[in-house]
Design a protein around this ligand. Structure first.
Ligand SMILES: [Zn+2]
Length: 193
């Protein structure tokens, strides 16, 4: 993938007809059109390339456009999980909902201060988590849950998908009794999504 060609454009102002990339590297999303395999902006706006979802979109320059920034607190749903990181589909920035697709990555070293051995004890696919954006290097939103207020807000049983209840340092499923672990936010289960 040629990162250089798109790197300078993400977050920048683009004009109608301005080249954003090619369909081999990106999936064209809102505010774009494709001609001969090349993705162009349809409008005047801010271009956004999400390298994890591989989507490129252009947001109109109106007030209230809400995109993740370094230091933003975001709420998202855990997607693909690996032993040392998970992908998070960002749903909200602060109290505001998003219209675009943004994906963040939470690495095991950014979960909390102490050493964490497995992402399996942190969160699982389907969980709703609150995290902070600590970097947007190369258009990848790197997340951290290293704060009492950050972490899993809602966790679901991996056996039966019921909402897990906090029990001391673990979580228990009220339906099937399954016990699991999470890195819980202080206000687990309280904030409306
Ligand atoms: Zn269960």
């Amino acid at each position: 993938m040629n990162l250089k060609s798109s790197e300078h454009k993400s977050g920048h102002l683009v004009l109608p007809g301005e080249r954003l990339g090619v369909i081999e590297e990106f999936i064209p999303d809102s505010g774009t059109y494709v001609q001969d395999g090349v993705i162009y902006s349809k409008i005047v706006g801010r271009a956004l390339m999400d390298l994890l979802s591989k989507r490129v979109s252009v947001y109109p320059l109106i007030s209230g456009v809400n995109v993740p920034k370094v230091t933003s607190t975001v709420v998202g749903q855990v997607g693909n999980a690996q032993s040392d990181n998970v992908l998070v589909r960002i749903l909200k920035i602060g109290p505001k909902k998003l219209s675009g697709v943004f994906t963040g990555v939470l690495h095991i070293s950014d979960v909390e201060e102490r050493y964490v051995t497995s992402m399996n004890d942190v969160c699982k696919p389907g969980d709703i988590i609150r995290a902070k954006v600590i970097s947007d290097k190369n258009q990848v939103y790197h997340l951290s849950t290293n704060d009492k207020g950050l972490g899993v807000m809602y966790a679901f049983c991996s056996q039966c998908s019921s909402l897990l209840e906090p029990k001391r340092h673990e979580m228990q499923c009220p339906k099937c009794g399954n016990v699991e672990r999470r890195k819980m936010a202080l206000d687990y289960g309280k904030e409306e999504i």
